[in-house]
Design a protein around this ligand. Structure first.
Ligand code: FES
Length: 573
């Protein structure tokens, strides 16, 4: 047991500073005894009406508060920057690191002993975890949960995944504009995050896999009463964690990260998982590399039959057993002895777990795919790595050699993609430059860029696409992402020209540009850097300090941890 809580450095003083800390808070009607040394819990809320996936988080915050009070603590809810994937331009990824700074300083600078992170939409989860990891207080996560299944004309439709299909069908004139419009009212039926195994649900499963939620919390639908119940229980638990001084660094061990990578492979999780997990590991001081993802995903079968890799949606996943059912199938590949936030080990928490619907979650002996984890590619086109998600790709394209057809940037692509005379062929490999962290800036989800209109009209539905960008976790296709170094800083991608031959060999984990060394050197001699012309504000700071994708795209000066101690006071003695 600790001698005293951190918050007593504010509230436990008889001087002017103690007066200020207590007196101003009393304007909210607080009685004296809440300052008696009991655990003070910060509820770090990413609620925003501009982040629709998080718009119900104030309701969950009330449940957390209730739980904190029941366990003898006092809770203060505070807002941090919210990042809404559906609305924010040019991309929420540009602001993930900024939000993490907000979280870090809000936690460290306030009289908080323990933190509950209320997160949901894609970037709010890693941003909050990165910030919290750099302070390292007792911390747990409550995610907002997925939306109910979309329903349209008697069929289930999934966020993002079905939109990408409808959109290509519209461009190919398979459906009409009014049929496309009709689906708009059917896709998002309740509060919550995307209902596919997109990035938000991937990360909700990730936090459960890391041991940062109460067991079973990852997949509970946003509107299910169990989501509120788990929020309340989380409020109770964080008070106990403060009393036990159970800090984030005791949960986020190397073994916990390894478990998360293994579980992510089995659920067919988003490729964005990689970049965010690398960034979180960098903050907490765990040495994780791109190669770890490749190694740990090897021979992990795909068990979750969820869009975009499969058929079903997150609601079905929850009813089928969710993350606990996945864990139950992988005992020999997971570290069962890791500590989780409820004080038990992974093995203890999940020893009773099982599958309730083998259509949605396959038993290990009959997997949906034998080896489905994200593959890390290397070669002269991606010396520091690139990634591909085979479970969402067309099997016949996973090993493919073709002529490059290059888009120099997103504007070039937008200008020509619908040209009926575009000289592009179905066997070509489409290359997009300028979508990396520094080049865009912010590494947007443009990697799943649509196919040329001319080829869509011929019935083509997938082609190999390569970029230094990311893709939506809800997307599918034979798509090579996160090419590092990116083109804007002179990575080999910058040197590719239309007509070059590129070989994608997923089997051999290779991405090769078949152009001679001398020719590449000649092209490099003529190459000029192509960074955005931004000279002020956060974007300027970002462009000058962001790391490459294979390192997690954190700002270089944010990597690491400054702890919870603050030397100086805001007022003189
Ligand atoms: Fe928020 Fe997908 S847009 S989770």
């Amino acid at each position: 047991m600790k001698e005293k809580n951190r918050s007593q450095d504010w509230f436990g003083r008889k001087d002017k500073s103690g007066f200020i800390a207590r007196s101003w808070l009393k304007n909210q009607g607080l009685p004296n005894d809440v300052f008696d040394g009991r655990p003070v819990i910060g509820i770090c809320n990413t609620w925003s009406e501009l982040t629709p996936c998080n718009a119900h988080l104030r309701d969950l915050a009330e449940q957390v508060k209730q739980g904190v009070l029941e366990a003898g603590g006092i809770a203060f809810e505070f807002p941090v920057m919210s990042l809404g994937e559906a609305l924010m331009k040019p991309t929420t990824m540009l602001f993930r690191n900024l939000a993490s700074m907000d979280v870090e300083e809000s936690i460290r600078g306030n009289p908080i002993d323990g933190v509950v992170l209320l997160v949901n939409c894609d970037k709010t989860t890693p941003a909050c975890l990165m910030g919290a990891a750099s302070v390292d207080l007792p911390t747990l996560v409550v995610s907002g949960g997925p939306m109910l299944n979309g329903k349209h004309q008697g069929k289930d439709i999934g966020s993002g995944t079905d939109l990408w299909k409808f959109s290509e069908d519209l461009r190919a004139q398979i459906i009409t504009q009014s049929e496309f419009d009709e689906t708009e009212n059917s896709m998002s039926r309740s509060p919550g995050a995307c209902n596919t195994m997109g990035t938000a649900s991937t990360l909700a499963c990730m936090v459960e896999a890391l041991g940062l939620t109460l067991p079973g919390a990852g997949a509970i639908p946003a509107v299910d009463a169990n989501r509120r119940r788990v929020s309340r229980l989380s409020g109770r638990r964080i008070v106990e964690m403060v009393n036990q001084d159970l800090r984030l660094s005791q949960i986020l061990t190397r073994e916990a990260f390894e478990n998360a990578i293994t579980i992510n492979a089995a659920i067919g999780g988003s490729t964005n998982f990689i970049i965010h997990l690398l960034a979180i590991a960098g903050r907490i001081g765990v040495n994780l590399t791109l190669d770890d993802f490749d190694k740990l995903s090897h021979n992990i079968p795909l068990l979750a039959n969820l869009k975009p890799s499969g058929q079903y949606l997150m609601e079905d996943f929850y009813y089928a057993g969710g993350v606990p059912a996945i864990i139950s199938q992988l005992p020999d590949r997971l570290h069962g002895n890791v500590l989780q936030i409820n004080g038990a080990t992974l093995a203890e928490n999940y020893c009773q777990s099982r599958i309730f619907n083998p259509e949605v979650i396959s038993p290990r002996v009959t997997p949906l795919q034998e080896n489905a984890g994200t593959v890390v590619l290397r070669g002269n086109l991606a010396p520091d790595g690139a990634v591909i998600k085979p479970s969402a790709a067309s099997p016949e394209l996973l090993n493919h050699t073709g002529r490059a057809f290059v888009f120099e940037n997103i504007e070039h692509y937008n200008r020509v993609i619908n040209d009926p005379d575009l000289p592009v062929e179905q066997d070509d490999i489409l290359v997009m430059k300028g979508a990396g962290p520094r080049g865009y800036p912010g590494m947007p989800e443009v990697g799943n860029f649509g196919l040329p209109h001319k080829l869509l009209m011929q019935g083509v539905r997938d082609m190999v696409r390569i970029s230094d960008g990311r893709m939506s976790g809800t997307a599918f296709g034979t798509i090579v992402l996160h090419v590092s170094p990116e083109s804007a800083v002179g990575g080999p991608l910058a040197l590719v020209k239309t007509g070059d031959i590129i070989e994608l060999n997923t089997h051999e984990k290779a991405l090769t540009l078949h152009v001679g060394v001398q020719e590449l050197e000649a092209r490099r001699a003529e190459w000029v850097a192509d960074l955005p012309d931004v000279n002020r504000g956060y974007a300027s700071l970002y462009i000058n300090t962001v790391q490459q994708a294979h390192l997690g795209a954190d700002l270089d000066f944010l990597v690491g941890n400054s702890g919870d101690h603050i030397e100086r006071e805001p007022h003189p003695e």
